[in-house]
Write a protein that binds this ligand. Structure first.
Ligand SMILES: [Zn+2]
Length: 96
């Protein structure tokens, strides 16, 4: 068996992605890909000016760009250039 026999198209990830993108993100923990600091999204520094088309989230430890969100033309564009990973608590999971 080679890897092409195990490969699915991206639509097969629909269920997993649906679990991730329904969470309230400010309580998610993330690791900065630049310095390795781990913190909740809500504890990072957000730069968002009145009437700007988006926002930039920067690491509170090293100021690297973690997340960029731009809104316009009926779309939301999300870039996560600076997160090594994000962690969400599963529904019903205990704290710890
Ligand atoms: Zn950092």
């Amino acid at each position: 068996m080679d890897e092409t026999q195990l490969r699915l198209d991206g639509n097969a990830a629909a269920g997993l992605l649906q679990e991730v993108f329904v969470h309230e993100l400010t309580s998610a923990r993330g690791a900065c890909a630049s310095c390795g600091a781990v913190a909740e999204v809500g504890a990072q520094h957000l730069y968002m000016y009145p009437q700007s088309p988006g926002a930039v989230l920067r690491c509170s430890a090293c100021a690297s760009v973690l997340l960029v969100l731009v809104q316009g033309g009926g779309h939301l564009r999300l870039a996560l250039p600076g997160f090594m990973w994000l962690e969400f608590r599963e529904a019903g999971a205990q704290a710890g």
